[in-house]
Every structure is written in C-alpha cells, then in structure tokens.
Design a protein around this ligand. Structure first.
Ligand code: PLP
Length: 421
C-alpha cells in the first residue's frame, strides 16, 4: 500500500460482517477464559489486552496505523505530545544521564527538557542545529544517551538535517529521537533518514480538526540497545519479575518497555474515544497535507511580495536558508505553517491581527481553519521589545497556520488586514 492508502486501510481491518468504521471499545477491562491465560498476559508471554491504562483495541488500531505510516515496528499513543516527549526520554534515561537537543524546538518541550527533567536529574544541552558536526560533537559527554530534534521546528520553521543528526548520534552509540509533528509522515518519514524514534503531538495535523489533545511514540526497531550504554534493556526489570527487554522483545524492546513499564506506572494512555477521533483525522491526513502545503506556498509567495512585510520564513521560498534541506527532506511541501514579520512595532502586529476577518486568532496551529498568533501580544506579551528581539521574535512577528479554505479567500483576508495597518 502507498501512504495515502495506508491512511485509510492500515490499523483496523474488519473481517466478514464486522463494523466498517473503527469501533470504540469503551471498556477499561477484558474478560478471560482461564487464570492460566491471565498469568501469561502478566508474564508478557501471550499477546492481548490487560487493562486500558496499558492498551485498548481502539487505541491499538490507531497505533498500528501510525507505525505503518512512519515505517516503524510499533507505536504507543499518549494523552498529549508532551507525554510522548517525556516518555520517549524517560524510557532510556534516569537521574545522572544527559542528552542533546536542537535549540530550535517547541517552547513546551524546551520547558520540559531545561526545567522539569533537570529536577529529575536528567540534563539537556541545547545545540545550534545548523552548526557543523564537529561543533555538535563537543556537546557529547560520557553519560549522553540520546539526541533530539524537530523535522520542521515550531515556531522557527527551520528544517533539520536529519541525516547529519543521525550520523552524529550513531557515531556516539545513542539513538536519534525526532519530533515529526509539523511534517507528519505524509511529508517526511524520519526513519528513512536514520531516526530511531519518532514522536508526534497528534493534536496538530494528525487530528487536524482541533478536537483532541494527543501524542504518539513510534519505534523504528533499528537501534541496538545491547551496545552497553543501556543496561535497562539488557538487565532484568525488577518491576516485571525479571524480564530482560532486549532479550524477550528484540526489535520491539523500546516500545514494549515504554508501554508495559512506563505507561503502566505513569498512566498517560488515551481513551478509546480519543483514539477514534484521531483515526478520523488520520484517514484524511494525506489529502489535507497536500492542500495545506499548496495553500501555504501561495500565501508565503504573496507575503514575500508585500511591502508591509519585512521577512517571511517558509522553506520552499527561493532564498530561504532551508530551501535545499526542504527539497531533500520535504519534497512534497513544508506544511501549512509560516511565520512572517510586519514592519513596525508591536502595535502594527496588533492592528494586523485585529484587521483579520477570516483567519481566527487562537493559540493553536495545524488546524483545518486558518489561524494566526501574534507572540508579542499573547504568548510572549510579558517581554519588552528588546527582550523579544533577543528571543528571536520581532515585535511584528506573526505565526500563520494556513488552513484548507480557498487560498484566494485567505490571501484577500491577509491583504485587507495589511492595508489597515
Ligand atoms: C504542540 C507541540 C508539542 C506538544 O504537544 P501537545 O499535544 O500540545 O502536548 C510538541 N511538539 C511540537 C512540535 C508541537 O507543535
């Protein structure tokens, strides 16, 4: 199956007389014929559902679909993108460990890595992703356990050189974890470029309709956890009567451990209802991404010609610093997210936002409806103009998430709002 077909036909596969659409198995619990079978489930020697904090048939169908879309051996859904980032790290690190992350990542992930994980004793060093290999290599320590980055960074809209990052990670015997939220597997499949683990905030394009927070972790099955750096995979797990993950689960060691150990203990598993909604989004993902990309490309070109606009960040634009990387990693397009800056101060940005009639002012991206955010008057409003510039945000910066409306309507709305400034 090609990827468009996988969006519709992977995961749930109804048999003769079964419901056509994915059923919502609204049950916390499962029934068994014998105590022996339950014993096998708890020993992890038989496959099956034990309790809906660990797995559920509706969620499992969606996990199977996402694993197929990304080209992984297995996936684990989580209640949010934040939970996916957290579990992807905790699954291989403990207090005293260290990892490296590209500095251009989602603000919520920066908080998690720089502040909260630090309280757990796990340290993160942020590196400039466009720096040469030798420079990034300097951030490695003997206790470094992973490298992390985003395919298309939120909100910088820069493109990560995934192969460069994979090469550096593997030279140091650690996995590369990629947050593929903005690209989705329709535009880029990081595993094909050497990523070992892929995570998503499914809240964004995968859901697409702004109805359900969620996340997912996908395991490529390619990383060798027996290289001596990851004893949690090669030594018995006392909390699971001595199971040795690498030995018992082979290629699926990482994703199985994340589920049966961490999801069991942390309890961030989505409901069947949440998975049902996510599946609806996934069924149309390929069609939506095509339109998001073609609309955004036209809007970015329109903005780059406007004399009210200082600069536009969108990788497919001629002259973009990320033009070549986008051709390599995102040949079908760079998603619907653009950032651009209006000439002038914070008030100019506010005037533009207030002038929009179609695009809605929301703290969200990757929705089917066009939406905008002006960091200087919302998420970053506590900062002075000079502090904003130090944070890489101009007072007139707008993050625009181009939706699925007719592109001429989107452009007309932006044109009339720019004229009002
Ligand atoms: C939104 C987002 C997250 C966090 O996801 P939630 O579902 O909001 O918890 C993580 N990474 C990226 C790139 C995001 O855009």
């Amino acid at each position: 199956m090609r990827i468009e077909t996988k969006c519709l036909h992977e995961g749930y596969k109804p048999k003769n007389g079964d419901p056509r659409a994915l059923p919502i198995y609204q049950s916390t619990t499962y029934k068994y014929d014998s105590a022996e079978h339950i014993g096998k489930l708890f020993d992890l020697t038989a496959a099956g559902h034990m309790y809906s904090r660990i797995s559920n048939p509706t969620v499992a169908a969606v996990e199977e679909k996402i694993a197929a879309l990304e080209g992984g051996v297995g996936a684990l859904c989580t209640t949010s993108g934040q939970a996916a980032s957290l579990i992807s790290i905790l699954n291989i690190m403990k207090a005293g460990d260290h990892f490296i992350s590209a500095s251009t990542i989602y603000g919520g992930t920066i908080n998690l890595f720089a502040v909260t994980l630090k309280k757990f004793g796990i340290e993160c060093t942020f590196v400039e992703p466009d720096a040469p290999e030798e420079e990034i290599q300097k951030a490695f320590q003997p206790n470094t356990k992973a490298v992390f980055g985003e395919t298309i960074a939120n909100p910088a809209i820069s493109v990560l050189d995934i192969e460069k990052f994979a090469k550096i990670a593997h030279k140091n015997n650690v996995p590369l974890i990629i947050d593929n939220t903005f690209a989705t597997p329709i535009l880029c499949r990081p595993i094909e470029f050497g990523a070992d683990i892929v995570i998503h905030s499914t809240t964004k394009y995968m859901d697409g309709h702004a109805v359900q927070i969620g996340g997912v972790i996908v395991d490529s099955g390619n990383f060798s956890w027996t290289n001596g750096k990851f004893p949690e995979f090669t030594e018995p797990d006392e909390s699971y009567h001595g199971v040795v993950y690498a030995k018992q689960f082979g290629k699926e060691a990482y994703i199985t451990k994340a589920r049966v150990q961490l999801m069991r203990d942390l309890g961030a598993y989505p409901s069947a209802n949440a998975a049902f909604l996510l599946n609806l989004g996934l069924e149309t993902l390929s069609v939506r991404m095509e339109r998001h990309c073609s609309n955004a490309k036209k809007v970015a070109e329109f903005l780059s010609r406007s004399d009210k606009v200082e600069f536009v960040n969108y990788p497919t634009l001629e002259g973009s610093k990320y033009h070549d990387l986008s051709k390599k990693y995102l040949p079908l397009g760079c998603s619907g997210v653009i950032s651009f800056s209006i000439y002038g101060d914070r008030e100019a940005g506010i005037a533009f936002m207030d002038g929009l009639q179609l695009a809605s002012n929301v703290v969200h991206v990757a929705d089917i409806r066009t939406c905008v955010l002006h960091p200087a008057s919302s998420t970053h409003r506590q900062l002075t103009d000079s502090q904003l510039i130090a944070a890489g945000i101009t007072p007139g910066l707008i993050r625009l998430s181009v939706g699925l409306e007719n592109v001429d309507d989107i452009i007309e709305d932006i044109r009339q709002a720019l004229e009002k400034i």
